[in-house]
Design a binder for this molecule. Structure first.
Ligand code: URA
Length: 449
């Protein structure tokens, strides 16, 4: 029977599963331009509503992966780790995780993206380090892996290019929010990048693509199962993104926080996330016999300074100025630094009972914090736009922490008073305070191995 795009749309519309031939037809038609945008968008909407079976998702992942170059790292070494987060606010984990895991004995081949929607991107963050080269051509990426066993490069169009085309269409047709489509998008890029130990951090909550634990777990399990079908082991951890990760949001500020974490002075949640993700990877790679032993090893690498030296080496090899490790002032700096205090006026504006000496943070909406940063130029409103790496927000407290009346809630870093004022108004909307004590949320919600 001949395969046609109309036939695929009708089949998906009625909830039937595609064969491998049909999925291959879809992907090659997207790549050679023979499938018009209107038919692709109709199919995407049908897939979004009707879903896809695991087998179909695996066919799609595999076909998208093979739509471009597929990296083979086996000539450089037997083991390469890669870590991927589905996107969040304040997520600078990669900057800590890559040098830390390399120091622990797992070479790391990491390809990262730029900011997407309200979520930040590692590649943008790395550009805050003067001289840092992020657009590593594939050959250079491989050479650096052979040389020092770690590299963080930008996701190039040569790997899984079909994902770029589908993603651009999903972005403008309301079809981003689909578990099989997200799973195929993420996994096709991970498989094409060549690592054989893939660790996925699936974010869950208001600052993430997956808002509920059920959806985040479903996505994590789908990706793990697709990995199994395609014979590439995947570990997935579902983590909280109801609030930003760590205290800093904004490029320079997040690099500082990552370096502080490698110095053993990072925020508890970021440190915990790196330990948990790192521990499952070390156990899987048989470099530790259990999670506790793995965590002790990772803590020791931070305490001894080896993890920090590993980051210094990475920066140096990628053309960055390694003095940044000891001198944060060489990164772009904001002109204005303004504290946000929980003063009487703010207590009033937040409709909190007056006269209390202490309040608790009940909610801290990551999306709004990101929007506050974006108002100062930290995010893009158009593709390819340049962004302000200096601006951002440093929180003084997180959900479950208490803030005394008159104390600091956050510090805003902006380049003009007008920007800071706008960001301040948005940032205030991010906070929900309570006069009653509130528990801290659990960071690790599920581990899927
Ligand atoms: N990140 C991706 O790479 N793809 C998606 O579809 C969503 C998040």
């Amino acid at each position: 029977m001949t395969v046609s795009m109309l036939g695929l749309i009708l089949k998906k519309r009625s909830g039937e599963a595609h064969t491998k031939t049909e999925i291959d037809f879809l992907v090659s038609g997207i790549m050679d331009g023979s499938i018009p945008d209107y038919q692709l968008s109709a199919w995407l909407m049908a897939a979004c509503w009707r879903g896809m079976t695991l087998q179909e998702t695996a066919y799609l992942t595999d076909a998208m992966c093979r739509s471009g170059e597929v990296l083979d790292l086996s000539d450089i070494g037997p083991l390469f780790g890669d870590k991927h987060s589905t996107g969040g606010v304040g997520d600078k984990t990669t900057l800590v995780f890559v040098p830390l895991l390399k120091a622990a004995g797992i070479p790391m081949a990491k390809l990262s993206g730029r900011g997407l929607g309200h979520t930040g991107g590692t590649i943008d963050k790395m550009e805050a380090i003067p001289g840092m080269i992020v657009d590593l051509p594939i050959q250079k990426f491989k050479e650096q892996l052979a040389d020092i066993g770690m590299a963080i490069g930008g996701q190039t169009g040569e790997l899984a290019p079909c994902d770029g085309k589908i993603y651009a269409m999903r972005d403008v047709t309301g079809t981003v929010q689909s578990i099989p489509l997200i799973a195929a998008s993420v996994m096709s890029k991970k498989l094409a990048a060549g690592a054989n130990l893939i660790i996925l951090d699936v974010k869950c909550g208001k600052g993430a693509f997956m808002e509920t634990l059920e959806d985040a777990r479903d996505l994590a399990e789908t990706m793990a199962k697709v990995g199994r079908i395609l014979e590439r082991p995947v570990l997935a951890v579902v983590t909280d993104m109801e609030q930003p990760l760590g205290m800093a949001v904004g490029h320079t500020l997040e690099v500082i926080e990552a370096i502080e974490t490698l110095k053993g002075k990072g925020p508890a949640d970021l440190n915990q996330l790196c330990m948990e993700l790192g521990a499952v990877a070390l156990v899987e790679a048989k470099l530790a016999s259990n999670v506790d032993e793995a965590k002790a090893k990772l803590s020791q690498l931070i305490a001894s300074g080896e993890a920090l030296e590993s980051f210094r080496l990475l920066i140096q090899k990628q053309g960055g100025d390694p003095r940044v490790i000891d001198d944060y002032s060489i990164m772009p700096q904001a002109k204005i630094k303004q504290d946000l205090f929980l003063d009487e006026a703010l207590i009033n504006d937040m409709h909190l009972p007056q006269g209390k000496s202490r309040y608790w943070i009940k909610q801290l909406d990551g999306k709004r914090v990101a929007e506050a940063c974006k108002l100062m130029g930290a995010g893009r409103t158009k593709k390819g736009q340049s962004i302000n790496l200096a601006v951002g927000v440093v929180l003084a407290a997180k959900v479950g922490d208490h803030v005394d009346a008159g104390a600091r809630l956050a510090t805003i870093y902006g380049d003009s008073q007008n920007d800071v004022d706008q960001a301040r108004a948005k940032l205030i909307e991010a906070f929900t305070l309570s006069p009653e004590q509130v528990d801290s949320p659990r960071l690790i919600k599920a581990v899927i191995t």
